[in-house]
Design a binder for this molecule. Structure first.
Ligand code: SF4
Length: 201
């Protein structure tokens, strides 16, 4: 049977559309997928990448992730995922995935694995040292002041600021409302003013 170029485009277009809607167009592929998740434990979770918060189903067998896919019952994504969410399976099982904090000492050329407890203690110590050294209670700013004769002149005045300019914080789109609230409380109480978000940079 001959297929014209127009008919071919229509056919392949509908296959892509059905595939992207989660409808399996290839029975062999569907059977292989069914076999892969047979008897697997199903856990529902949220994609860790961005604040859209798409629902994902994770299938595990013997503690290993064997499949991830969009959750069709989730009200936000209804089974669909963007390319990042769709690649989650590859991230989980990637041998290059970082599962420990890395540290490169000043002047060293190599990164080395360190324990979480050590990394967290070190971060806390450095934040405290830096804040102690850089904290300002006041800062000078130029303002205009009216003299008795009605003329204006620029003068330098001290303003209470209670801040440190030496520490910055970058948040991520994976933070939820409660985490953002807690972080803001903590960072503002330290006197940070450079509080940024990775989605805006
Ligand atoms: S990265 Fe993609 S799949 Fe994940 S929550 Fe955001 S839009 Fe959804």
């Amino acid at each position: 049977m001959g297929v014209s170029r127009r008919e071919f485009m229509k056919l392949s277009g509908s296959s892509v559309l059905l595939g992207s809607l989660g409808v399996r167009v290839d029975p062999a592929e569907a059977a292989a997928q069914e076999l892969r998740i047979k008897d697997a434990k199903e856990t529902k979770t949220i994609c860790p990448y961005c604040s859209v918060g798409c629902g994902i189903i994770i299938h595990t067998k013997d503690g290993n992730v064997v499949n991830t896919e969009g959750d069709p019952d989730h009200p936000i994504n209804e089974g669909t995922l963007c390319s990042k969410g769709a690649s989650l399976f590859e991230v989980i099982n990637n041998p290059q995935r970082l599962i420990k904090p890395k540290y490169r000492a000043s002047g060293a050329t190599e990164w080395k694995d360190v324990e979480w407890d050590w990394a967290l203690d070190e971060i806390a110590k450095r934040v405290k040292d830096t804040r102690d050294r850089s904290f300002k209670t006041t800062s000078k700013s130029k303002v205009k002041e009216k003299a008795a004769d009605g003329t204006e002149k620029g003068i330098e005045k001290d303003f209470v600021v209670n801040r440190t300019d030496a520490i910055a914080h970058v948040g991520s789109a994976a933070l939820d409302n409660e985490e953002c609230y807690m972080l803001q409380k903590m960072l503002r109480s330290w006197g940070l003013v450079y509080i940024e978000h990775q989605a805006r940079i």
